[in-house]
Design a protein around this ligand. Structure first.
Ligand SMILES: [Zn+2]
Length: 337
């Protein structure tokens, strides 16, 4: 999941009007960096702009998978929690329901089990799920103290498996690199930790939560927001190429990508929440052997983030709503091959 990544940039690429003003009021080096970003993501057409910003989504996923949420083409994806911020969005996605008790970003235990915890209770899946996140609140969302899941979030060292030299270096970087945000590490650390885990432990289900897009957007830095989105897209490529190079995963693995909420329009692009109604709008991408290659969806049935939990379970051959009746139904288009 890519925190607070807007559908607008996913489907339209970098916004020319936001690119235009980039860096104009910034001092020295920041202005130079902004100018480089403007050159990097400016293109004359929308198709080129999105291809430039997120090349993996607009090459591999758009030809072999599906993308929901381009409102310009009548495809709608949204959260149903009404709050349009992170904890409720992740919780809705991972538990399959919007619980009104989930109404803050406090790092407290989720009142409901995630589909990860539900799967982990089954002998077939026990110990074969893991979650890595830049944001320390994933400990609460996955309720790591009671769920028995492997969860590594924020700046916590990853010690759930015996250390190797890569993990030792990643743990050192977590401790030693500059901390811009008290509760969120930079994305490379959880990404590379998750990749180590993937290679060594080969889990059945892996969650990765990237956070920089949301942080830079709140800070009003469109340049860093775009760079983070571009890096996230490359991380998706690396995850996909890694799984397709491993016999345990090749041809039997599905990649699901989505944000936890959207953001405002125009000058309100930095913001989201209950008071920014359009920040309920999200997007979703799917790539895998059970998913027909319908590409960018047009005039599709609306999909909601609450449907992801049942969809994840169904891809593994499990019926989540049968056990959790309040959970939303799966997205049938993803499993109709
Ligand atoms: Zn946010």
């Amino acid at each position: 999941m890519i925190d607070g990544m807007r559908w607008q940039e996913v489907f339209r690429g970098a916004d020319p009007s936001l690119l235009q003003t980039l860096g104009s009021d910034m001092p020295g080096d920041a202005k130079k960096r902004a100018e480089l970003v403007r050159q990097k993501y400016s293109r004359s057409t929308m198709a080129e702009r999105r291809q430039t910003l997120m090349p993996f989504l607009w090459s591999v996923v758009s030809s072999e998978g599906q993308l929901f949420g381009n409102r310009d083409l009548g495809s709608d994806s949204h959260v149903i929690n009404g709050l349009n911020f992170s904890y409720p969005g992740y919780s809705e996605t991972l538990t399959g329901l919007a619980d009104p008790r989930v109404d803050s970003n406090d790092n407290v235990a989720n009142p409901n089990a995630t589909v990860f915890e539900w799967l982990n209770a089954k002998p077939e899946f026990a110990g074969k799920l893991a979650a890595f996140g830049a944001w320390d609140v994933f400990d609460g969302i996955f309720r790591s103290k009671q769920s028995g899941l492997v969860v590594n979030a924020g700046y916590a060292a990853f010690t759930a498996i015996p250390p190797n030299s890569n993990l030792e270096l990643l743990n050192a970087l977590k401790l030693e690199t500059v901390r811009i945000w008290p509760d969120e590490a930079f994305d490379p650390v959880p990404f590379h930790t998750a990749m180590e885990y993937l290679k060594i432990q080969k889990p059945r289900v892996l969650f990765l939560g990237l956070g920089e897009t949301d942080e830079w957007a709140h800070a009003g830095s469109y340049a860093e927001y775009l760079n983070s989105a571009h890096l996230a897209d490359d991380y998706l490529r690396q995850i996909w190429e890694m799984t397709q190079s491993m016999p345990e995963y090749r041809g039997k693995t599905t990649l699901i990508v989505l944000p936890d909420h959207g953001r405002g329009e125009g000058a309100k692009w930095t913001d989201h929440g209950e008071k920014v109604p359009e920040s309920m709008q999200t997007w979703m991408a799917f790539l895998g052997p059970d998913t027909p290659p319908l590409g960018e969806r047009k005039r599709s049935n609306p999909v909601t983030e609450s449907q992801i939990a049942a969809t994840v379970a169904a891809l593994l051959g499990e019926d989540y709503p049968a056990a959790v009746p309040k959970a939303a139904a799966l997205i049938p288009d993803i499993l109709s091959k």
